[in-house]
Ligand binder design. Sequence first.
Ligand SMILES: Nc1ncnc2c1ncn2[C@@H]1O[C@H](COP(=O)(O)OP(=O)(O)OP(=O)(O)O)[C@@H](O)[C@H]1O
Length: 246
Amino acid sequence: MLEVRNLTKRFGGLLALSDASLDVPEGAIVGLLGPNGAGKTTCFTIIAGFTRADSGSVRLDGQDITGLPPHRICGLGMVRTFQIVQPFAGLTVQENIAVGAYLRHESRREALAEARRIGQRLGMGALLDRPAASLTIAGRKRLEIARALATGARLLLLDEVMAGLIPTEVTEIVGIIRQIRDEGHTFLMIEHVMQAVMSLAETAYVLNYGKMIAQGTPQQLVRDPAVVEAYLGHGAAARLQEAAHA
Ligand SMILES: Nc1ncnc2c1ncn2[C@@H]1O[C@H](COP(=O)(O)OP(=O)(O)OP(=O)(O)O)[C@@H](O)[C@H]1O
């Protein structure tokens, strides 16, 4: 569904992404992992059309979307969420979700009705008439997913939706993402919360210093020496092996 090929992006002298490629098959939940500063957000930003790559291409459903602006990409069925959720504070939860729905519904009544349906599906029925500013972090994360769904997108790029949540909230969001996937959506997710990646993603990619250094199931990746070293530092894989055999 999504084919990302050889993305390279420099910020001045810094190579933030170097020849990075990935694939997201329809109906999959794919993880994008990597230590701080590895280039994950830059990768998302380019895929969703917020920044141009220096080189490389992005295809959605076989169509070349490289360099298209975010609203066009959104109209074609792919949307990203943001790590720091900033709802329109003066609007209710329902009105915030409706902002996403206006892409498809011209009438305010229809957009609000669609927002209500999506909010209820995401377990926010009791919160719909509250001001969005009153939501907890977990509520804001749900709102961000709801807004993305309301655009009608089939492929959702989730940027750290589990960050800042307590374990029971993580479990709830994991359940919601599974449910949305089972209803026919596809996910590419940046995630630091390993528990969430392990239980959700069938496959994941690991970025380090802008390069894709590994791809596999989460279970394969946690045993991959290159991945262990990227997270824990040079020599860590050997030290862990020694410790395991001591
Ligand atoms: N607009 C920018 N201008 C200059 N440098 C940038 C810009 N955006 C990102 N960078 C740099 O590019 C590198 C990759 O950053 P990026 O935010 O993509 O990493 P990340 O993997 O998402 O990190 P984190 O997990 O901390 O969010 C970092 O060194 C960052 O400082």
